[in-house]
Design a protein around this ligand. Structure first.
Ligand code: IMP
Length: 200
């Protein structure tokens, strides 16, 4: 039998970040009731896996097991070709405890200068996992490819948006209309796959 998420299902978003929970709820188009792991006092597991898919699955399975409800988790980040995919799953951690992405973007630029490359290609990845408390889980992954520019431009996005120019465009994600970014982003692509896989 195919796994289906009926409209109206209550889902646990495996995040303690209310902003992320809102973003997940918006992407789910009001189709589901979204509770957060933070609201339910479910502790965040250590992200011990080595891939976006692994960490998204780990977070979704953990929240489903502890809450007894269907859980949704994401894991995302920026990967730079010339840095062997770094910062990758460590994208948030490169910003340090102060979550300062000027620091993180500076680190990317510094590492590229150390490597001495002219390959500034990079991509964003978003893995989304849904886990049922009684076992099965589904995971999908979306990517958007492009290249990096320094200094960064634009203040409309978040994280690494100011230094990322998607392929075929001139503006960075930080300069672009949020709707334009949302139409092509790694998150939108992962969600499109999840919808195709799980929604009625
Ligand atoms: P996560 O919350 O562990 O998935 O962290 C993902 C990190 O990757 C965040 O801290 C962001 O800075 C970065 N990231 C993920 N998606 C985007 C994006 O769309 N734009 C800019 N940075 C992103």
């Amino acid at each position: 039998m195919p796994l289906i998420l009926p409209a109206g299902t209550t889902l646990v978003a495996a995040t303690h970040n209310p902003g992320k929970a809102r973003e997940l709820a918006a992407l789910l188009e009001g189709r589901f009731t979204v509770l957060t792991a933070g609201e339910l006092n479910i502790p965040e597991p250590d992200e011990t896996e080595t891939t976006f898919v692994g960490n998204a699955l780990l977070k979704a399975r953990h929240a489903a097991q502890v809450s007894g409800r269907i859980a949704l988790a994401d894991d995302s980040g920026l990967s730079v070709t010339a840095l062997d995919g770094a910062p990758g799953i460590f994208s948030a951690r490169w910003a340090g405890p102060g979550k300062d992405f000027a620091v993180a973007m500076g680190k990317v630029e510094e590492r590229l200068q150390e490597v001495g490359t002219d390959d500034y290609s990079a991509w964003f990845t978003c893995a989304l996992a849904v886990a049922w408390p009684d076992g099965p889980s589904v995971v999908v992954q979306g990517e958007v490819h492009g290249s990096l520019v320094f200094p960064g431009r634009g203040d409309r996005g978040f994280g690494y948006d100011p230094i990322f120019v998607p392929r075929g465009h001139d503006q960075t994600f930080g300069e672009m209309d949020p709707e334009a970014k949302d139409a092509m982003s790694h998150r939108a692509r992962a969600f499109a796959q999840l919808k195709a896989a799980l929604f009625e």
